[in-house]
Design a protein around this ligand. Structure first.
Ligand code: SF4
Length: 365
């Protein structure tokens, strides 16, 4: 069982084999300009992504659904999702962004108004600053608690789901609160509602997630099949991305500040933090020169790979020189610190601008 509320470390290869997730690399040639996260293997798996590629190539309608749960500050690992949304926007997708205030309430005890405030001041602000365009009817951002179409659909879909199934998928037990138990049905409706007739559905839909969210995807696909004759749903597709390591080498987490560079950090803070990152370097310079470093086990390299270096050539050069023992971690950290400072200098200006626009993007329906 992968538990969406508590998963930490995951073996990506095993997931692909055990749960029938297909390798993304097999589809790369079919995309004209794949996102760097796809090219670099960070997006490693998919379910039924072929129908999304077809929609992109044939310029047909398709939707991307990507929720956010307001629960703390966004860190640089979260940027990956927004980068994907920006790419989908350039590829003509309809984008739906549910703000999971109902999940925040049932799983984290956050009241709806606090969720709304946090979503606007932190999440939406960052989404805007990272380049997502909200000035188009093809994007919808909504609070789950205010979306009656979604809650009506969730209620109807719940008719064909039973408690034993929820227990088996999510590990619920006799003392689980009923609000928490209902939340996955809201998420299923978040994913499926763009396919309703009133949104010109059915249409292919993709959900980009971390592998820990796969239980939601499997449940959603099952329910879509159960209601096929009623709504003619197309089983939603999904992509799976690796989760970035934290600065200390474990999980990057908003609740453990030492592990994370936050998107609200100043350029100086971000630069200082990256220099504390765990490297894949050897114990001494001599040892590193002889045996080379281990970029596969290095947080600094991950930062470059996921976020800081657009050029594949430059990235490969760093990897090669690290492995050959001609690049030392001190120098490599200096290169990364400069890149992170440049990024945050630009980004903090964009954030200031975005703050003034964030409260205008929410829709209700
Ligand atoms: Fe990591 Fe760079 Fe050191 Fe290699 S040289 S282990 S990539 S910090």
């Amino acid at each position: 069982m992968i538990d969406p509320w508590s998963s930490t470390s995951l073996d990506y290869e095993k997931l692909v084999q055990k749960f029938g997730i297909k390798p993304f690399k097999d589809l790369l040639d079919e995309l004209e300009a794949p996102h760097p996260l796809m090219r670099r293997g960070i997006i490693f798996g998919h379910r039924d992504y072929g129908r999304i590629i077809k929609a992109i190539r044939e310029k047909q309608d398709y939707a991307v659904v990507s929720g956010m749960m307001p629960s703390g500050k966004m860190h640089i690992g979260h940027k990956m999702i927004v980068d994907q949304l920006v790419w989908y926007q350039k590829n003509n997708a309809h984008i739906y962004i549910p703000i999971a205030d109902m999940e925040s309430y049932s799983a984290r005890g956050l009241d709806f108004e606090s969720s709304r405030q946090l979503a606007l001041s932190e999440y939406i602000t960052n989404y805007l600053a990272l380049g997502l365009d909200f000035n188009t009817p093809k994007i919808k951002v909504y609070l789950q608690s205010k979306n009656h179409t979604v809650s009506d659909l969730a209620y109807k879909l719940a008719k064909k789901v039973n408690f034993n199934e929820m227990k088996a998928i999510y590990g619920f037990n006799g003392s689980s609160n009923l609000a928490h138990l209902y939340v996955p049905l809201i998420q299923v409706a978040d994913i499926l509602h763009p396919q309703l007739e009133e949104f010109d559905g059915p249409k292919p839909t993709v959900v980009p997630v971390g592998p820990d969210q796969d239980p939601h995807i499997r449940l959603t696909r099952d329910i879509a099949d159960r209601f096929k004759s009623t709504y003619n749903f197309i089983s939603p597709s999904s992509t799976y991305h690796r989760l970035m390591a934290g600065l200390t080498g474990g999980k990057m987490s908003s609740s453990q500040p030492k592990t994370a560079i936050f998107l609200s950090d100043t350029p100086e803070e971000a630069e200082r933090k990256i220099k504390t990152g765990k490297t894949g370097g050897r114990e001494s310079l001599k040892d590193q020169a002889e045996r080379g470093g281990v970029p596969e086990d290095c947080v600094i390299y991950e930062m470059l790979l996921y976020h800081l270096l657009d050029s594949d050539e430059k990235l490969q050069k760093i990897k090669r020189e690290c492995k050959q023992g001609t690049l030392m971690c001190g120098e490599c950290k200096n290169i990364s610190a400069e890149l992170v400072r440049d990024f945050f200098q630009d980004f903090s200006k964009k954030r200031e601008k975005a703050k003034k626009m964030a409260d205008k993007v929410l829709v209700e329906y």
